[in-house]
Design a protein around this ligand. Sequence first.
Ligand code: NAP
Length: 452
Amino acid sequence: MQSINPALNSLIGEYPAHSAAETEAIVELVWQAGHSWKDKGFEYRAGLFRKLAGLLRDEKDRLSRLMTAEMGKILRESVAEIEKCAHACDYYSEHAESMLKDEVIPSDASRSLVAFEPLGLVLAVMPWNFPFWQVFRFAAPSLMAGNVAVLKHASNVPGCALAIEELFTRAGFPENVFRTLMIPSAMVKAVIENPRVRAVTLTGSGPAGSSVASAAAKQIKKAVLELGGSDAFIVLEDADIEKAIRVAVTGRMLNQGQSCIAAKRFIVVEPVLEEFTLGLLKAVSGLKTGDPLDPSTDVGPLARPDLVDDIDKQIQRSVGEGALLICGGKRPILPGCYYQPTILGNVRKGMAVYHEETFGPVFSIIPVKSEEEAIAVANDSEFGLGGCVWTKDLKRGERLARKIETGAMFVNGLTKSDPRLPFGGIKKSGYGRELATYGIREFVNIKTIWIG
Ligand code: NAP
C-alpha cells in the first residue's frame, strides 16, 4: 500500500498489505482478545485510555506531521485533530461507566432492568479526511464499552492506520484488542461475512456505505453509517454578517473543504446577498495557499489528484449550467494537488453544486427571497447531516433549526462534532449516531433482565 504526499505528489512510503489468510488470522486473534477484554472493569479500561490520551498529547508533533504528509491537511489543523482525539479518550474514560450503567425499570417483576453489554468484535471502515479523529471517535466509546475492533482505514493513509495501532500497543492495551487490517476495500465484504465480526461502522461515501450496509444486512449484522453531507449555511437579513462570513470561511475551508460537515450550500436572503458575497470574496482573497507545513498557510492541497479532478469538473459543469464564477475555478501553478478557493454565485436548482456534495474549497451561494424559501432550499437535498442558521433572533434561529431535516443544526455557530453531543445524519447522510451516550450505545446489546 502506498502513501503519497499530495503537496508534492511524491512517494512517502510503501507498506505490505495483508493477504486474505493474514486478515482472517488477525480477526481470529482480535476475537479471542475480546473474551477477557469485555470482563475487565471500566476502571481498567479508563486507565488505558488515559495513557493513550497522554501519548497522543506527548507525540502530537510527530503524529500531526505524519497526517499532514499523507493527506495534506494544514499542520495547525492536524495538531488540533490530535488534541481532539486525546480529549475524546479522556471524555470516555470519565463517562463511559455512567453512560452504560444498568437502568432499573419498574414492571411486573420483583426487579427488572436494562443492562448494556458489548457486542464483541466491531469492524471500522474509515476515511482519510480526518485520519485520526474518525478512528478515535469510534474506538474510544466502543472499546470503553468492552468491544474489540479491527480497523480498515482508507488506502491513502496507511501510515496513520499503523501509527494508531502502534499507539494502542504502546499505551499498554492487551495484545489484539485493536488491530489495523491493511486491506483494500474489495476485501471488506469477506471481513463482514466472517462470523467473528458482530457489527460494522463505516464513515465515507454513499456508494461505500451502501455496499457495506448491504453486506452487513445479508449477515444480519448491525451497521452504523456516517456518510456525505451538503450542509446548508443559512444567512438571514438580521444576521451578524461579519461573524457569519468569518465562520463561513472557517467552516468551508477546514481541511480544504474536505469535511462531511463543511458548510457547502450558502443560502442567503436577498437583502444581505451583496454584503455577504462581497465580504466573503474579500476574506477568501486573503487566504494563502501553499505548503501545509508552513504555519502561515491557510489552504493546503487536496488529498489526492482524482479529488482535484472531481471538484474541477463539478465547478466547470455548474458554470456551464449558469453559475457565476466569482473567484477561483482553477488549479494554481503549484506542483501538488492544489485547487484555488472558489466562489460560485447565482447557484440554482438543477446545477451540479446545488445537488451534489462538493468535497473541496468551493462556496456555492444560493440566493433566496425569504425565510420560507431558505428552509425549502435547505431541505431540497438528498443529504441530511448538519447545517447552521445565522440570525440575531435566537428564537427564530431555534424555530428554523427545528425545520431543517438534518442530524444537527447550529444557530450562529460553526457546525462541529463534540464528544458530549450526538453526531450523525439522516437521509443519504446515513444512520446511527456517534459520540455522546447515543454513540456508545450503538455497539452494545441493550439487554432486558426480568426477575420474578
Ligand atoms: P470512500 O471512498 O467511501 O472511503 C471511505 C472508506 O470506505 C475507505 O476506507 C475506503 O477504502 C472504504 N470503501 C470504499 N468503497 C468501499 C466498498 N465498496 N466497500 C467497502 N469499503 C469501501 O470515502 P472517502 O472519499 O474516503 O471520504 C469522503 C466521503 O466520506 C465524503 O462523502 C464525506 O462526506 C464522507 N464523510 C462522512 C463523515 C461523517 O461523519 N458523516 C465524516 C467524514 C467523511 P479505500 O480507501 O481502500 O477505497
